[in-house]
Design a protein around this ligand. Structure first.
Ligand code: NDP
Length: 306
């Protein structure tokens, strides 16, 4: 069996076109342009790429992008002051602090200081609580993107066994919360695995859907999967692979791979996301959707209070 490739890049383009239309309609109706602020502290090269992608996607969707770059030596107090300024700015509807923050900054304090109505990453405890109660304000971007891949590819989750690898607050845990809610793209029976899980391969082999988010290159191999399973690979890992130069001489090539060994997994799975071009493009897309929804909510609240 060779798996269907779930084209996240193509799906992201479709959803971004929908968002662009919705933004244009919203601006025409309200004369308010949704604004997303992205804060980057320090020089992390991967973060710089992510931030540039977010900024470009935001502008392309017709939203205002506010980019704030701060030096590595920024203090927690200085960052808190910037968050307070952005919380009070009515032209900024969503605030994203690019993680990881440099060592020495109290990440939790900074994230907790974001107005929950502007918390488009859905990391604030109030938003996490609402998600866990099944009445979300915003959904966290990466798990939301994974759910969109499943729903829009007509992959049934109701009653299915899902194994999630990874229990981070950004991916694994909220992914589990989304899939075990009632409704479309949910109603699953969820097992969350982590570094202390025993008999991991046994658990994976029972799963109809596997979501891998552990940050370990090509960890999940075809022999760990149930034949016909759907595999969603969240991992993004840069590795050195053997290659050849233009003269055929062996060289090391830098390459992005997921947490799943794509070559062996695609022979066992019924559908699989590639890396790159799978989950990644959806994450930025769902951020745009959250920013639009934040603008809708804040504009409605401002009108109601007039
Ligand atoms: P974290 O490092 O925060 O969490 C990793 C999780 O994997 C932990 O829960 C850890 O367990 C678990 N884990 C590590 N090793 C194993 C193992 N051998 N077996 C089972 N579980 C293991 O990572 P993130 O959740 O932030 O990210 C995961 C991956 O997803 C990374 O590659 C990251 O780059 C990528 N990512 C991709 C995004 C996208 O848009 N596509 C967005 C966000 C992340 P424990 O808790 O016990 O330590």
């Amino acid at each position: 069996m060779t798996a269907q490739i779930l084209d996240g890049k193509g799906l992201a383009e479709i959803i971004r076109a929908e968002i662009k239309e919705d933004v244009a309609r919203f601006v025409a109706e309200t004369q308010v342009q949704p604004g997303l602020a992205v804060v980057l502290v320090g020089e992390n090269p991967a973060s710089q790429v992510y931030v540039r992608n977010k900024e470009a996607a935001c502008v392309k969707a017709g939203m205002k992008s506010v980019m704030r770059r701060l030096p590595t030596e920024t203090t927690t107090e200085e960052l808190l002051a910037l968050v307070a300024e952005m919380n009070a700015d009515p032209t900024i509807h969503g605030i994203l602090i690019q993680l990881p923050l440099p060592k020495g900054i109290d990440e939790q304090r900074v994230l907790d200081a974001i107005d929950p109505e502007k918390d488009v990453d859905a990391f604030h405890p109030e938003n996490v609580g609402l998600i866990s109660q099944g009445r979300p304000r915003f959904l966290p971007c990466t798990p939301y993107g994974v759910q969109q891949i499943l729903v829009r590819s007509n992959i049934e989750t109701k009653g299915k066994r899902v194994a999630i690898l990874g229990r981070s607050d950004i991916v694994g845990k909220p992914m589990a919360l989304l899939l075990l809610q009632k409704g479309i793209g949910a109603d699953a029976t969820v097992t969350v695995c982590h570094s202390r899980t025993e008999n991991l391969a046994e658990i994976l082999r029972e799963a109809d859907i596997v979501v891998a988010a552990i940050g370990k290159p090509e960890f999940v191999t075809g022999d760990m999967l149930k034949p016909g399973a759907v595999v969603i690979d969240v991992g993004i890992n840069r590795v050195e692979k053997d290659g050849v130069d233009e003269n055929g001489a062996p060289i090391k090539v830098s390459k992005l791979v997921g947490d799943v060994d794509f070559e062996s997994a695609k022979e066992v799975a019924s559908a699989i996301t590639p890396v790159p071009g799978g989950v990644g493009p959806l994450t930025v897309t769902m951020l745009l959707l959250n920013a639009l929804n934040a603008a809708r909510r804040q504009t409605a609240a401002a009108q109601a209070s007039k």
